[in-house]
Design a protein around this ligand. Structure first.
Ligand code: DX5
Ligand code: ZN
Length: 217
């Protein structure tokens, strides 16, 4: 199985983003958390900054939209050149319609589920998405503790993806460390977002250690 490590730049130095991207060039994708202070109680960055990041990043961008009304705002991130655009199931009015639009523009379409959001309604819709993000913390802030209570949901999803034969990536985000990544990999995740555990050390070493831990499970 392919393991992808996507550092979250939420934990990077926002005054030096270009050089921070230089420190994560061994990662698979760079995870960018867009927060609007409505869907989550925090505000980060939006399209103009993402457009600049796309110009300076050597690796593709994995955009995580924690915003209201993604039906309106998400396509612009795909048009700007994001590799993947993930919106929240709880916020989308027409998740399937939005995913189809994102794919049509040329991005991978992802759907994210907060810890308390059940996965069952999406199991028959897996063909509509390239990635499902199981949040392993409540979205909004970096540096929180991994919620192991989300692992049964991830296992259900992993079984459904396996049974479908589809190539849907299963992403986890929040509290991912060398310890928790093992649980998530065992439950079936293949794409791991890590913010503090990458940037609170030497990013290249941290990325290698996370990858090794995930692959050793
Ligand atoms: C939380 C964000 C995460 C966050 C993860 O809402 O979606 O991407 O940056 O940070 P850590 O790895 O520190 O939990
Ligand atoms: Zn995120």
């Amino acid at each position: 199985m392919v393991t992808r490590i996507n550092p979250s730049i939420l934990a990077a130095d926002f005054a030096n983003l270009e050089s921070e991207f230089g420190r994560i060039s061994s990662a698979d994708l760079a995870h960018v958390d867009v927060m609007d202070n409505h869907f989550v109680p925090n505000l980060t960055l939006g399209l103009p900054i993402v457009e600049r990041l796309l110009q300076v990043s050597a690796i593709p961008l994995d955009i995580h939209l924690m915003i209201e009304d993604p039906d309106r705002w998400a396509p612009a991130y795909a048009e700007a050149g994001a590799y993947s655009v993930t919106f929240h199931a709880e916020a989308a009015a027409d998740a399937v319609g939005l995913a189809r639009r994102l794919r049509q523009i040329g991005a991978r379409a992802g759907i994210a589920l907060k810890p308390g959001t059940p996965v069952e309604p999406y199991l028959d819709l897996l063909a509509e998405f390239d990635q499902v993000l199981v949040m392993t913390v409540e979205p909004g802030f970096g540096g929180q503790s991994f919620l192991a209570s989300t692992m049964p949901k991830l296992s259900v999803l992993a079984d459904a993806v396996r049974a479908s034969g589809l190539d849907v990536w299963l992403q986890v985000d929040g509290g991912i460390t060398e310890d928790t990544i093992v649980q998530a990999a065992e439950a079936g995740a293949d794409t791991f977002v890590a913010g503090s555990s990458v940037f609170n050390g030497n990013p290249a070493d941290r990325i290698a250690a996370l990858r090794a831990a995930a692959e050793a499970h």
